[in-house]
Design a protein. Structure first.
Length: 515
């Protein structure tokens, strides 16, 4: 007669209740994986080898197996809360020791590292200054709060439709300030090397039934005669010099020397004012030299004919306004698409993209010329209104980091004040051949063991690794309803095993009481 079976049953039921209680206690723990108790029966070895008459000597707990099933995903307000949807674990570093967890509640510490509540740093791949992920050994991820440097525009891809029904302009040559000299103007924002925005205007001038010339002008080239007049009419020195000239020509007796000197003074004042405006506008060295030739030196007055301020203004205006040079030409075939063969037959041959050098306005310290490739591939000439179907340019202003979040592949994307995004790092995940072999460390963390096998590290959404979901957490996979039912079952098992001990005790008492 033995109490062994009942005692082992009590121990097993008690252990099962411990596991169920732990599951219930962690029903709200993010990333928690519930466990179940696995039992095995116990038999004593028989000397004869026959086991048919063996009743067994009880039960044992063979293992407490964690259930690595998917928990439900819940949305949160923290962009650094990250949930794993599928297999794998976050790989974290604690003072150089590597741990693994399904809890994705992260935050950024004062040093820029992404950590969890236990100060474990999540690891992954870093990105270079251009946003390219540098794969290698995973390291703790540190967010770089630096600004995104500006990028000068180097290429513009645009598609337009040029209305085949329009006539050639009535005014020649092309003048950016005369709408009668071109058919269509399309402005595009471009950026210099310091990130300053400029307006580049592309002008389309029809030159034949299916041929068009293209002119490109920037704000730096728009130094017109109207602007010259406005400049000298508002400049104090030029105003005073003009008044002195009027006094000289009305003085009796008239002094030719005084008139010449007054004309020279006005030429100097007006020329200086225009040169200052032209320099600020980014005028070319040739333009500035032409302006200077109209007023610098003792021969300035004689260079301007009758020495009047109006004639001096006209001379300066002529020096400022240089003829526009076309950037390129387009030829279309009978179906309204680009005829590249005909374009290659031009002198010089025309290819796409068109190389454009655009002066910068205003002068900002950036590269004075903006070299760009203007690609009009896909443009058409059909009987429809002028339209800009698509324009994409690769320049942008500098920007400050405003926020960041991870995507499904673990790439942490920084969002900048200039409206652009850039990869800052990429989170890696790890998986194991036997996750049940991991050693629980508490605080939602595990460590690898010989039973689990080595970690299989990779980027999310590859192999057996799941995807990531930002601003979300993975709830505990504990089913409270099932656990409560399991608790009732374990309770009844405990009571039943206690009853077998009680019955054994009664039988033993009966045996002892025999006379």
């Amino acid at each position: 007669m033995s109490f062994q079976q009942g005692l082992s049953g009590l121990n097993g039921a008690a252990k099962s209740l411990d596991v169920i209680g732990n599951n219930i206690a962690n029903a709200s723990t993010v990333g928690f994986k519930g466990s179940q108790t696995d039992f095995a029966d116990i038999y004593a070895n028989s000397l004869s080898g026959a086991t048919g008459s063996q009743a067994g000597i009880g039960v044992s707990v063979s293992t407490i197996a964690q259930q690595f099933t998917q928990g439900s995903l819940e949305t949160t307000a923290n962009p650094l809360d990250i949930a794993i949807n599928g297999g794998g674990f976050f790989r974290t570093s604690v003072n150089g020791a590597i741990q693994y967890s399904r809890n994705g509640q992260f935050q950024m510490d004062k040093n820029g590292f992404i950590i969890n509540a236990q100060l474990a740093q999540i690891t992954g791949y870093v990105a270079d200054a251009t946003g390219k992920i540098l794969a290698g050994a995973p390291v703790p991820i540190k967010i770089n709060p630096g600004d995104m440097p500006p990028q000068a525009t180097t290429k513009i891809n645009t598609q337009v439709n040029l209305d085949s029904r329009v006539q050639m302009p009535t005014t020649v040559p092309f003048d950016a300030n005369n709408t009668d000299s071109y058919n269509k103007q399309i402005p595009t924002n471009v950026y210099d090397s310091l990130g300053n925005a400029h307006v580049m205007s592309t002008f389309y001038v029809k030159t034949g039934g299916s041929s068009w010339d293209i002119y490109v002008a920037s704000d730096s080239q728009e130094i017109t005669s109207m602007k010259v007049a406005a400049t000298v009419q508002t400049d104090p020195a030029a105003i005073a010099a003009r008044a002195a000239f009027q006094t000289a020509v009305t003085t009796v007796p008239l002094s030719a020397g005084a008139v010449i000197a007054a004309a020279q003074s006005y030429a100097t004042a007006a020329g200086t004012a225009v040169t200052t405006a032209a320099t600020a506008a980014g005028a070319s060295a040739a333009q500035l030299a032409a302006i200077a030739a109209t007023y610098v030196g003792p021969a300035a007055a004689s260079q301007n004919g009758g020495f009047t301020p109006d004639q001096i203004d006209a001379a300066i205006d002529a020096a400022v306004n240089v003829p526009a040079v076309k950037a390129g030409s387009l030829i279309f075939n009978s179906t309204g698409t680009l005829d590249r063969t005909a374009m290659l037959a031009l002198v010089p041959p025309q290819t796409l993209p068109i190389n454009v050098s655009l002066p910068i306005f205003p002068a900002t310290g950036a590269t004075p010329l903006l070299a760009m490739a203007l690609d009009l591939t896909g443009s058409t000439q059909i009987a429809a209104a002028f339209s800009e179907k698509s324009t994409v340019q690769d320049g942008y202003a500098g920007g400050q980091l405003t926020s960041f979040a991870s995507d499904a592949n673990g790439v942490i994307l920084g969002q900048y004040s200039n409206g652009r995004t850039r990869a800052l790092a990429q989170i890696v995940l790890a998986n194991f051949t036997d996750p049940n072999g991991l050693q629980p460390l508490g605080n939602n963390a595990f460590a690898e063991t010989s039973a689990s096998g080595g970690p299989l590290v990779g980027t999310p959404n590859t192999g057996s690794l799941g995807t990531l979901r930002s601003s979300s957490t993975e709830s505990s996979n504990v089913d409270l309803t099932a656990e409560l039912v399991n608790m009732i079952t374990a309770q009844r098992a405990y009571q039943a095993n206690a009853q077998t001990i009680k019955t054994q005790d009664q039988v033993l008492q009966t045996l002892v009481s025999l006379r």
